[in-house]
Structures are given as structure tokens and as C-alpha cells.
Design a protein around this ligand. Structure first.
Ligand code: SAM
Length: 285
């Protein structure tokens, strides 16, 4: 369907020589914050679309892949996750998924730019439905600073739900930052870093893994999943564990999970642990 009332929002991705486009009817909002430029569009087929500095962040229709896969695999791998921190995550979709876990006693979201959350509340209210959960705490400060000052061995899971490693997020992708995460985690703690596209950003993905190892994490597991609005449409999260493995998880609890999901389930979790051949080779077997 195309008529004179529609146009295309295209995100050109120089790094991979590719682009992704959504047909839109209207730009609903745009503002420049002290950190970035945020825009909101109304699309013909994907609901609302948020972009940050021209990069697609979240759409109404396809955000569930990312929010579910950045939260449930790690939370069901941990034996009993109580204290969770999300760095970034301003659209609040990851926070909503974390709070579906009854074992979680506190979920702190550390987002540098309050305007992302305020616009998410306005244009993606369904992602923000858990923001007033008594276990949730929304902080609007730099995650790098927050983690550097976090109490040692106070956290079970850390989710780095950040923008790409440029601008304010650049310092979230290095060994120095991961070392502060390691210190803040309890011995069986797990970090999940959004680790970009396995196809379009493989050198960056291997850098992330190497930095996690340098920081002292014992085991790594990159899980891949579809994400239509991100470059190549195929994304990843890299889990790392302070001490212990990442292959086994609470299968019975996943099978009996008391909340609905759109993508994540027992088979998807098992499948995500399988590594494609080119990644096995890239990760040194
Ligand atoms: N799912 C998206 C992706 O993979 O690109 C990320 C969603 S969320 C909107 C990313 C958030 O990270 C943004 O709201 C941005 O403001 C936040 N962010 C970037 N650098 C940060 C930092 N140093 N501390 C806290 N939040 C940060």
C-alpha cells in the first residue's frame, strides 16, 4: 500500500552497506536532548517507531524479540535472580520483562536520558506498564558512573540494554566497565550485553567477548535472535558469568512459566544456546 500520505524512514547502515526502512505516515515528535536526538514516527505496518540519532530503537510490532531475549535466558539461567540492574533500557520494555519474574525483588533501571523514558511513556505505554511496580527503581544517570559506585557483590543479573558503542554508550563496551560489573555481581552473577548483529558487526561482537574475558568473566554465551528493525534483522545478546557455566538453565521453570511471551520459550532458549558454525569459528571453537 503506498499513497501520497506515506513516506519511508530509511536507516542507512554504512558499516554493513545495508539499510532498513519502514513506511511511515507521520513524524510525531523530534527533540534534541543533552545526549542525543530522539524521534517518534507513526508507521503504516509496525506501529510506533522510536529512533535515536537516526537509528531505529524500538517499534511497537517487533520489540518483543529483543526485550524477551535480553531478559529471560539470563534470568532463567540464574538459580534465583533477586537483584537486577538494567543499564540503558530507556524504552522500559526490558524492565517489564524482568519484573515478570516473581523471584526478582529489585529491578533498577539506570538510563542516562530521562527523555527516552518520558517519550516511551507517551508513545509506547504498553512497554512502561511495570514502571510503577514497587520493585522497580528508575534512575536517570550515567550507567558507567552508577556501576563504578555499585556495592560489591550486590547484584544477580546486569542487563546492558544500550545504544550502539558510540556517544554516551561507548564506555559500556570495554573491559574497564565490565570489571566494575564483575565487582558488583555476586559469585554466580550473570551479565547480558546487547552485542549487536552477528552478521553485520562480527568484529565488534568478538571485541565485546574478549573484553568480557579480559575483565575476568569465566564463561560466555552469545545468543542470537531475530530483530527486524536492527541492521541485518539478526541480533545478539552475550551472556557472561562471573563463575560457572551458561549452558544449563531452569528448564522446568521455563516450561511452567506463569507469564505469556511472544517469542521466548523452552525450545527457543535451547536453540539459542546452539552456535552457528561461523560463530564457533569466530569465537575460537
Ligand atoms: N534496544 C536498543 C538497541 O539495542 O539499540 C536500545 C534501547 S534503549 C533506547 C538504549 C538506551 O541506552 C538509550 O535510551 C540511551 O539513552 C541509553 N544509554 C546510552 N548510553 C548510556 C549510559 N552511559 N548510561 C545509561 N544509559 C545509556
Amino acid at each position: 500500500m503506498s499513497n501520497e500520505h506515506t513516506f519511508w524512514f530509511n536507516e542507512e547502515h554504512d558499516y554493513s552497506g545495508s539499510s532498513i526502512g519502514f513506511r511511515v505516515t507521520k513524524k510525531l515528535h523530534e527533540e534534541k536532548t543533552p545526549f542525543q536526538t530522539i524521534a517518534i514516527y507513526d508507521t503504516t505496518d509496525w506501529g510506533k517507531l522510536m529512533t535515536i540519532d537516526g537509528c531505529m530503537m524500538v517499534s511497537t510490532r517487533d520489540n518483543f524479540f529483543y526485550h524477551e531475549m535480553m531478559s529471560h535466558p539470563a534470568l532463567y539461567t540464574h538459580a534465583n535472580p533477586k537483584n537486577v540492574v538494567i543499564i540503558g533500557g530507556g524504552d522500559c520494555g526490558t524492565l517489564r520483562e524482568v519484573l515478570r519474574h516473581k523471584s526478582v525483588e529489585s529491578a533498577i533501571q539506570v538510563e542516562i536520558d530521562e527523555r527516552v523514558t518520558r517519550l516511551a511513556e507517551q508513545y509506547f505505554p504498553e512497554l512502561c506498564e511495570s514502571n510503577h511496580d514497587p520493585r522497580a527503581q528508575l534512575l536517570f544517570i550515567d550507567g558507567i558512573k552508577w556501576m563504578a559506585e555499585a556495592k560489591p557483590e550486590s547484584l544477580d543479573v546486569i542487563i546492558i540494554d544500550s545504544t550502539d558503542p558510540v556517544g554516551p554508550a561507548e564506555g559500556l563496551f570495554n573491559a574497564a566497565f565490565y570489571a566494575t560489573c564483575l565487582k558488583a555481581l555476586r559469585p554466580d552473577g550473570i551479565i547480558v550485553q546487547q552485542s549487536e548483529s552477528p552478521l553485520a558487526h562480527l568484529p565488534l561482537l568478538t571485541d565485546i567477548r574478549n573484553a568480557l574475558t579480559t575483565a575476568g568473566f569465566e564463561s560466555l554465551k552469545t545468543i542470537c535472535f531475530p530483530q527486524p528493525c536492527y541492521p541485518s534483522g539478526w541480533w545478539s545478546g552475550t551472556m557472561a558469568r562471573k563463575r560457572g557455566k551458561l549452558d544449563a538453565f531452569r528448564e522446568a521453570d521455563v516450561a511452567a512459566k506463569p507469564f505469556a511471551t511472544q517469542y521466548y520459550n523452552l525450545d527457543i532458549h535451547k536453540a539459542a544456546l546452539a552456535q552457528p558454525e561461523f560463530l564457533k569459528r569466530a569465537f575460537g571453537g
